[in-house]
Structures are given as C-alpha cells and as structure tokens.
Design a protein around this ligand. Sequence first.
Ligand code: 13P
Length: 249
Amino acid sequence: MIVANWKMNKGIVQSQQFAEELKAYAEKHKVVNADIVICPPYTSLDVVNKKISGSAIKLGAQNLFYETSGAFTGEVSAGMLKSCGCEYVILGHSERRKHFNETNAIVNKKVLKALDEGLKPIVCIGENLQEHDDKLTEPVIEEQLTKSLAHVSTEDIGNITIAYEPIWAIGTGKNATPHQAESVHNFLRKKIKKMYNENVSKNIRIIYGGSISPDNAKELFASPSVNGGLVGGASLEVESFVKIINSSL
Ligand code: 13P
C-alpha cells in the first residue's frame, strides 16, 4: 500500500494534472498489486475523485471531525468525505497532533467515527527525536497505539492501517533504517496480537512514513513486516511517486 499525503499542497489545477498523469501511468503499467491512495487537501478531493474514477487508484482525506454535522465552523465530517468519494482517511498525523493539539483521545474519537461511517482509517503513530534518543520509542508508540485504537472491535480492526512515522524522520531527509522500521513494526504486531489475536496481528497493514524517496523505498519495503509507505514530499511529483510505487511491486 502506497499512500500519498500531499499535506497543504496543490490547488485544483495541479491536483487534476497529477491525478490524470498518475491514472495514465497506473493504466499503462496495469498496477494491480499495490493499493495506491492519494490524499489531497479537502479542496481537491472532488476533482481528484473525478479524475481517478474507473482506475485502481483510491482516494483518502488527511483528517476529519468526529461529529456528524452542525455548528463546527471550518470542520469536515466523515459523511462529507464519503460524498467526495473517499475510501480512506489519515488520522492522528504527527503534524495534527503537534499544531492542532490532537491527543490520543481525540484521534480515537475520529477513528471510531470513521469506522462507523465506513471509512478506512490510516492511523499515524511515532516518536519524536527526544523520545527516540532517550530510547522511549516502544512505550511512546505503545501508548499511542492502544489509546488511538481504544474500543475498536476485532471486526473493525481489519479496516485499519497503522502508519509508523517517526517524527524525526518526517521532512528531514533522515529516514529510519530498514532494520529500525522492521523492528518497530514487529513490536507493533506483538502488541496487536495481545490486543486482538494472532490472525489480526499477521494481517494488519503497517506502513512506514518519513523521508521515503525513490532512493530508499526498495530497501524500506523489503521487510515482510513493512507493508508499504506513507509518502509526503516525494508524493508531490508524479515521477518520484511512481518510482516509489515501482519499488513496492
Ligand atoms: P515526508 O515523506 O515528507 O518525510 O513526510 C512523511 C509524512 O509525514 C507522510 O505523512
């Protein structure tokens, strides 16, 4: 699974152009072995949806609000995302946790709402540089995992993807090594086995994010425990994004 997180980039025209080019690529190369998900800003969801319709490319949003409707100025509901054609939604990204004070409890409300409305959450967790240096990665991500997924049933967990995004690797050009990513993903699977069962822990998708580039993607995706990538900067150009998709096939 390769997910493009455009963050706060691209207007309508650029978004349409990207979607057209990527669709043409996916059709030409018959990309069927990977789930490709594009997560544009809210303002481009509808136009990207129209451009990718009929292709294997899927649409995701970068956030939602957990209420159904009402007086929540500036917010966007799960139902609105569905109406734009979204299948996925990124939740709990570290940039939302940092700049918008999203706690694990808020992320959990969003996860439960997304599942309720039939959206598939891509739940982001990851430690910051200080925590990494202090060797606190495991307790930090364990807390994020258990609290963000509180009350998610065994039935619903199959619709969740976990994205391990070490904060020190986001936008820094400093990616986790394949060994680091693998060992964290294995740790997460062990915890998920305890929370659910062996089957869930084997089948849940855990993707890596943080400075993925055409140069390091193949190595990062080589581990059986790494089921794909959440790509920021390198997903903004079709050429580099396609190279990353190719590395996963
Ligand atoms: P970069 O790929 O730009 O490091 O961003 C990663 C990310 O935050 C994806 O959600």
